[in-house]
Design a protein around this ligand. Structure first.
Ligand code: GLY
Length: 293
């Protein structure tokens, strides 16, 4: 780390709910970060530490269905991980997402497939461990093109909500084809319109929050055109919808542009009556600003 110098990223190598990453401005901060992790801030997730180059660029989420040998790219998305507007404050699992992601245009998606996804799928097959399922590449896209931050073997949350809003084909046959090794001639149809999802979370999230409050107005929200409210942390109690989690609802809308989808999603949010919940009011801000340019 001393030899490398400059800004570095220090990570706990285990699962730490997306929080085990410290971006250090210089060597001194990086060395302090290593001490913090080895002292147990992230529990056993921090028994091994990884030190990486700090990448500059824009984060994006790339998904492919894989059948062991063939990878079928899905549409791209971007999420907002920070809890606060302007992408400030502590990280969460994701406070909102949108698709398409301008930065993942056709040329960039081809590069991600050729440089990251296909070599990974081929290497796993070669090792005798062919991967089948959803491969989610968390990317940083900068001046040198796409760099891989992490792989997950699941859909993203809330990226999945915007993907499902845009998917025009039936998902189940695609998942079965991935399982049975039949993706070679498979194709998926996608909505050309944009989708945007606003996460409504319990006040206090990602810190301590209360469970058990009632959510009203869901029928009015779901009754709006091209709106779907996905439930993430609710339960039905005698016909009343009760919040049971941190991230509770994924209010998702389609529109002719990200801006139009954003407008519709917030109209749906505004018809939901849940004083104990909150959401960011700027989901999609970067994409909407780009559209205005
Ligand atoms: N939204 C990021 C994730 O699902 O990991």
């Amino acid at each position: 780390m001393r030899a490398q110098g400059g800004p570095l990223v220090v990570k706990a190598d285990g699962l730490a709910a997306g929080k085990g990453v410290i971006v250090a401005a210089d060597t001194e901060e990086a060395l302090a970060a290593v001490d913090t992790i080895f002292e147990g801030q992230f529990g056993s997730a921090g028994s091994t530490v990884i030190v990486e180059e700090k990448l500059e660029g824009e984060e994006a989420s790339f998904f492919a269905l894989v059948d062991g040998h063939i990878a079928l790219p899905l549409v791209g998305a971007q999420d907002h991980k920070a809890v606060g507007e302007g992408d400030r404050g502590p990280n969460t699992g994701g406070m909102g997402a949108y698709s398409p992601a301008a930065i993942l245009d056709e040329a960039m998606s081809k590069r991600v497939m050729a440089e990251i996804v296909e070599p990974t799928v081929a290497a796993m097959a070669e090792e005798g461990r062919p991967f089948k399922g959803v491969l989610f590449a968390g990317l940083m896209i900068g001046a040198d093109g796409p760099k891989l931050l992490e792989f997950n073997v699941r859909f993203g949350d809330p990226e999945c909500q915007v993907l499902m809003a845009r998917l025009r084909s039936d998902l189940l046959p695609a998942l079965l084809a991935s399982r049975s090794g039949d993706l070679a001639h498979f194709d998926l149809r996608w909505e050309s319109r944009a989708a945007l999802c606003v996460v409504m979370a319990a006040k206090g999230y990602p810190g301590a929050y209360e469970k058990g409050s009632e959510i009203r107005g869901l029928d009015a929200a779901a009754g709006l055109d091209d709106v779907k409210v996905f439930h993430a942390g609710t339960k039905d109690e005698d016909g009343r919808v009760i919040a049971t989690g941190g991230r509770v609802l994924g209010v998702t809308a389609l529109g002719d542009s990200i801006g139009a989808a954003q407008e519709r999603a917030y109209a749906a949010v505004d018809s939901i009556d849940w004083p104990e919940g909150f959401c960011r009011r700027d989901i999609g801000w970067r994409a909407v600003a780009r559209e205005k340019e």
